[in-house]
Design a protein around this ligand. Structure first.
Ligand SMILES: [Fe+2]
Length: 165
């Protein structure tokens, strides 16, 4: 039987993390746009991947985008949909977004707040209505946003480090 050795790769793994996903401290939420925030959970610089909660307190179109890698989502609160599909992601829904698909994230008028967990690899490529590239995000722009925000709210630039792998 295999014996796990002291000093083996298993002991070199990045430290585990367990946090309350919805933080008690409001400052942990990083503003993304008016009435839109994200809460970092795991920022993986090795694989260019990140896990976060997205919180939205307004209705309407949030973004039109594509991502070249798969995205997994789980809705904790509220609901949203993509204009390109006829399903609604609501509380308890799991969403799989295949690589390469272009879609338009929209929150319906009767939803005061939605919170969704997203596991994203690679990047988000933002598009206008003509599918012209207008911006992008990856794990590094996310870390930069966190650092700036945590400085501004007094948590300190290194507050984000606990989420970085
Ligand atoms: Fe997406």
């Amino acid at each position: 039987m295999y014996q796990f050795m002291k000093g083996s790769a298993h002991q070199l793994a990045a430290p585990e993390i367990a946090v309350a996903a919805i933080p008690e401290d409001e400052r942990v939420w990083v503003p993304q746009a008016p009435d839109v925030w994200f809460r970092p959970l795991m920022l993986n610089t090795r694989h260019g991947q990140w896990c976060n909660l997205l919180r939205v307190r307004r209705s309407g179109v949030l973004s039109r985008h594509l991502h070249p890698n798969p995205v997994h989502g789980f809705v904790l609160k509220g609901k949203w949909h993509y204009l390109e599909h006829d399903w609604i992601a609501s509380e308890g829904s799991y969403v799989f977004e295949p690589p390469g698909e272009i879609h338009t994230l929209t929150v319906p008028d009767d939803c005061a707040e939605m919170i969704t967990f997203f596991n994203i690899t690679g990047c988000m490529i933002y598009l206008d209505g003509d599918n012209k590239h207008v911006g992008y995000e990856d794990v590094f722009t996310k870390i930069d946003m966190c650092r700036k925000h945590y400085i501004d709210v007094g948590l300190g630039a290194d507050y984000v480090d606990q989420f970085v792998r």
